[in-house]
Design a protein around this ligand. Structure first.
Ligand SMILES: Nc1ncnc2c1ncn2[C@@H]1O[C@H](COP(=O)(O)OP(=O)(O)OP(=O)(O)O)[C@@H](O)[C@H]1O
Ligand SMILES: [Mg+2]
Length: 309
């Protein structure tokens, strides 16, 4: 199974309106409620492709119970929950269908106690025994758990389980020093880590080289511009399939799910990269994060342009 680890999940409520107007009462044309959390997104895609994913989360309160139910009943993933005293946060997204624009309002993240953190590490250590890979995604909810990705990574490395680290800020800075198997920042996350703007091609290449010194597989994602990848001293530029963008939130997570499936299936590496690009693009073409399956992704694989540099 693939162990998908989130420290800061959320209930993601999206209200769809034609266009947001201020100082009036509007009724949403529809409402969707899903579980947020970047590794939960990865788990959702893996499960839609028939892979065994376990979504591990800190959850608390009514919102936490809702997350667990949605993961089981809608996303069809196995869950492992460390219950917290603090309630899981909610994120409200207002999706304006006419301009194709979204606005997110986040509740503050919950505080995690020392005991809850210790229980997370203990349960994770047990689960590692059955994990083919760990996919860690998203932020750390409080300063007290900024070091947790690094701790989880070290435990996975000791047991020979490849660990994918997709986070940002201090948690990323601490985690990357533990030599993850894979990292996948976007340009702004990479820039914040490395201390320079990752805007032009020269800066992208420099960022990728530095990331490749820390991780066996480094991916720098560039939104609709596709991504750069580095593995064992070889470099690729991957052009994304062209799609009509609806909502690209979660495309990085879809990309990660594509890489996991390609690698675990033993596909040639260029096919793995094409699958990852197709998954990212399929997500961008759909309104909700990582509600995509083979019927959305597979038709796009042939139009990904994989070029070894
Ligand atoms: N609008 C788009 N059209 C086509 N492909 C896209 C688009 N946006 C993203 N992609 C594909 O998905 C990949 C990941 O997207 P992106 O760089 O936006 O990740 P991200 O910022 O980590 O997203 P998130 O954290 O919300 O999952 C890109 O490298 C690209 O291949
Ligand atoms: Mg991302």
């Amino acid at each position: 199974m693939i162990l998908c680890v989130n420290l800061n999940p959320c209930v993601d409520k999206t209200l769809f309106v034609d266009e947001l107007r201020r100082d009036v009462i509007q009724t949403a044309s529809r409402v969707s409620i899903t579980v947020g959390g970047k590794a939960n997104n990865v788990a959702r895609v893996l499960s839609a492709f028939g892979r065994e994913a376990v979504a591990m989360n800190f959850l608390g309160g009514e919102t936490g119970r809702l997350c667990r139910r949605l993961l089981v009943e809608e996303d069809r993933v196995r869950t492992e929950t460390i219950w917290t005293t603090a309630a899981t946060r909610e994120i409200i997204t207002i999706f304006e269908e006419v301009p194709g624009r979204h606005t997110d309002i986040k509740e503050p993240s919950p505080l995690i106690s020392a005991d809850e953190k210790a229980r997370f590490i203990e349960r994770y250590t047990v689960l590692l025994a059955d994990a083919q890979m760990v996919s860690f995604g998203g932020s750390a909810p409080s300063d007290s758990v900024d070091d947790l990705p690094a701790v989880l990574l070290r435990l996975a490395r000791e047991r020979g389980v490849p660990f994918i680290l997709d986070t940002y800020g201090r948690a990323f800075a601490l985690g990357i020093e533990q030599r993850p198997f894979m990292v996948k920042p976007n340009a702004s996350e990479a820039g914040a880590l490395l201390g320079f703007e990752v805007t032009d091609e020269a800066a992208q290449a420099r960022a990728l080289e530095v990331l490749a010194e820390k991780a066996s597989l480094a991916v720098l994602s560039l939104g609709e511009g596709g991504f750069l990848a580095a593995r064992n001293g070889h470099f690729w530029r991957v052009g994304s399939p062209q799609v009509k963008t609806v909502n690209a939130v979660g495309s990085g997570d879809a990309l990660v799910a594509g890489v996991i499936m390609g690698l675990l299936d033993g596909r040639p590496f260029d096919e793995t990269l094409a699958l990852a690009a197709a998954a990212g693009a399929a997500n961008a073409a759909s309104p909700l994060a990582c509600r995509i399956g083979p019927a959305d992704v597979m038709p796009l694989v042939a139009s990904a342009r994989v070029c070894q540099l």
